[in-house]
Design a protein around this ligand. Structure first.
Ligand SMILES: Nc1nc2c(ncn2[C@@H]2O[C@H](COP(=O)(O)OP(=O)(O)OP(=O)(O)O)[C@@H](O)[C@H]2O)c(=O)[nH]1
Ligand SMILES: [Mg+2]
Length: 322
């Protein structure tokens, strides 16, 4: 085991209700409507206002959008946390804010956010304001891309990479983005294919000729094993040992880094059930919404971005262990 902490331990879940599923709507931004200069201008603004960029990376159906929905739901609905999540609705986050509302609405209805169409993205802005005024506010921009677009990072598919996706990564090169490398516990693509996506992605962002050169070094990484509820050996295994055994390329790449630059963790959005909507389309219902995974992830993200602890205990609490 490395000295990195695993912030994602299992815990209590929320209530169970009977869900109602309605038509699915999305407000995702069409990449075709974004000019490369606009992408650069947007990201330059993030740099100016010290906004932390967070980009989930994973194959289709890895769980990126549900993971993001679960984080947004927790930020909006959980009242026990020691911080507020203030969502942004002004440019460039207008559509992302509508997407965020939809994600929360789906979770309220106990249904999953629709499958992500290739060539689109969600750009969600949220400012995390800790209750303690000793801790700094963390401004965040989440970029949710389609797995279908991300799989073109594979060496044999690079010619198909959407230039707008490349522009987004190039626009990140002067920042320290956090890449959430999301790999599902039980991938239908198999371990070797999953492993190669991450190996290919990491080698691509480190290649000088792509104009990404500083990106690989400057970025921070959270390796997340999603859909952890499918792991019947969850008590005996953790995300790091899973990644070490099944995603060795990913493990080797990030383990060699400074421990302030990466974290490992498990994630589950809750207990899910596959079903169909009123039109007979497949949908996923959320039978129970997990609380501890998003809690632990937010703490991990805050730590990685600020190097400060969001859930630090008072000296009294530490002394008496509560
Ligand atoms: N059991 C379980 N299944 C999950 C979980 N998260 C996602 N899934 C399943 O994975 C499917 C895909 O999840 P998405 O979040 O849409 O995946 P994605 O990575 O955004 O996929 P693309 O948008 O196609 O790239 C869901 O419909 C669920 O069936 C989880 O925490 N537990
Ligand atoms: Mg998605």
């Amino acid at each position: 085991m490395s000295s990195s902490e695993n912030f994602f331990r299992k815990g209590s879940d929320q209530q169970q209700t009977t869900p109602v599923v309605d038509e699915q709507e999305t407000f995702r931004i069409d990449l075709d409507t974004l000019g490369e200069n606009e992408i650069i201008n947007i990201f330059d603004e993030f740099i100016k206002e010290k906004r932390q960029i967070v980009i989930p990376i994973g194959f289709p159906a890895a769980g990126k959008s549900l993971f993001l929905s679960s984080l947004m739901y927790y930020a909006e609905r959980n009242s026990d946390k020691k911080w507020n999540g203030n969502s942004l609705s002004a440019y460039p986050f207008e559509q992302g804010n509508l997407s965020r509302d939809t994600m929360i609405k789906y979770f309220d209805d106990k249904a999953a956010y629709p499958v992500t169409a290739s060539g689109t993205l969600d750009l969600i802005g949220i400012n995390l304001k800790p209750s303690s005024n000793k801790l700094p506010e963390l401004k965040l921009a989440f970029v949710d891309l389609a797995g279908e677009d991300l799989r073109n990072f594979r060496a044999d598919k690079r010619n198909n990479l959407n230039p707008k996706i490349t522009a987004i990564f190039k626009a990140c090169r002067l920042t320290k983005p956090i890449f959430c490398l999301i790999t599902p516990y039980d991938s239908r693509l198999g371990h070797a294919e999953e492993n190669s996506l991450f190996a290919n992605f990491l080698s691509y962002i480190s290649e000088d000729k792509n104009g990404f050169n500083p990106l690989y070094q400057q970025a921070k990484y959270i390796a997340v094993v999603s859909q952890w509820d499918k792991n019947i050996n969850a008590k005996k295994e953790d995300a790091e040992s899973y990644i070490k055994s099944h995603r060795p390329a990913l493990h080797t790449e990030i383990e060699g880094r400074d421990k302030h630059q990466f974290a490992f963790g498990e994630y589950s959005v809750g207990v899910l059930e596959d079903t169909r909507d009123r039109n007979g389309q497949p949908v996923v219902l959320i039978r129970r919404i997990a609380n501890d995974y998003p809690h632990n992830f937010w703490c991990s993200l805050y730590k990685l971005a600020t190097n400060k602890s969001l859930d630090s205990k008072s000296w009294l609490a530490k002394l008496f262990g509560y």
